[in-house]
Design a protein around this ligand. Structure first.
Ligand SMILES: Nc1ncnc2c1ncn2[C@@H]1O[C@H](COP(=O)(O)OP(=O)(O)OP(=O)(O)O)[C@@H](O)[C@H]1O
Ligand SMILES: [Mg+2]
Length: 207
């Protein structure tokens, strides 16, 4: 049984990650491949509890290192219970957010040193990096209005400067890391999907 492939969808709030994760899973299934969709932080009952802890508004400020460690704790559980077993069973895994989010939000947004995140990634998933990452790039002022009507979580309440720092790290990583394909997600959804379909086809056909 060949190992499944690990695809992540990255981007800021309202970039279209959830919408397009469903679409990517459908494209995979249309090709007769087996796949599952999941998300971070979360993806298992315990990791979803950690997600709730991370997103909740609270009086106590959350230390950035604490936040980072909680995210990697949830990630370790998610890898052990969902990501690795599915990949080993030959299923493709489509995951909303992974360690690129941690670089963008906890290093870019919160100021945690990148080498701390590199060391934690090494510890938690040295052998399991995504094979393909679709980064949905969209200016903050385009993405945030898409969330209108939804209650905002602890991250979504951050200031514009925070989101600008997050985006800058994403853009830098998309340039520097081969597996990351940047997609302009400020355009109409059909256009975004067309580019995602093309990127996925290229990935499937060339390796
Ligand atoms: N390209 C697009 N143009 C316009 N609206 C879009 C586009 N992509 C997604 N949307 C809409 O924007 C909203 C947010 O999309 P979605 O929930 O997929 O984003 P997300 O990245 O998962 O957000 P979050 O970070 O909050 O989980 C949804 O109502 C969705 O239908
Ligand atoms: Mg979402």
């Amino acid at each position: 049984m060949p190992r499944g492939r690990f695809i992540t969808i990255e981007g800021g709030e309202g970039a279209g990650k959830s919408t397009n994760a469903d679409f990517v899973l459908q494209l995979i299934k249309d090709r007769g491949l087996d796949g599952v969709a999941t998300r971070e932080p979360g993806g298992t009952p315990l990791a979803e509890e950690v997600r709730s802890m991370l997103l909740a508004e609270r009086d106590e400020t959350v230390d950035p290192l604490t936040e980072t460690l909680l995210i990697f704790a949830a990630r370790a559980q998610h890898l052990a219970k969902v990501i690795e077993p599915n990949l080993q069973a030959g299923r493709w895994v489509v995951c909303e957010r992974f360690t690129d989010s941690t670089f963008a939000y906890q290093a870019g947004g919160r100021g945690v040193e990148r080498r701390v995140i590199e060391r934690l990634a090494e510890l938690v998933h040295r052998h399991c990096w995504p094979d393909l990452t679709l980064y949905l790039d969209v200016p903050v002022e385009v993405a945030l209005p898409r969330l209108a009507g939804r209650g905002l979580d602890r991250f979504e309440r951050e200031h514009k400067a925070f989101f600008e720092r997050v985006r800058a790290v994403y853009v830098e990583r998309a340039d520097a890391v081969d597996r990351i394909v940047s997609i302009d997600a400020s355009r109409e959804l059909d256009t975004v999907k067309r580019d995602i379909g093309a990127a996925l086809s290229r990935f499937i056909e060339t390796g």
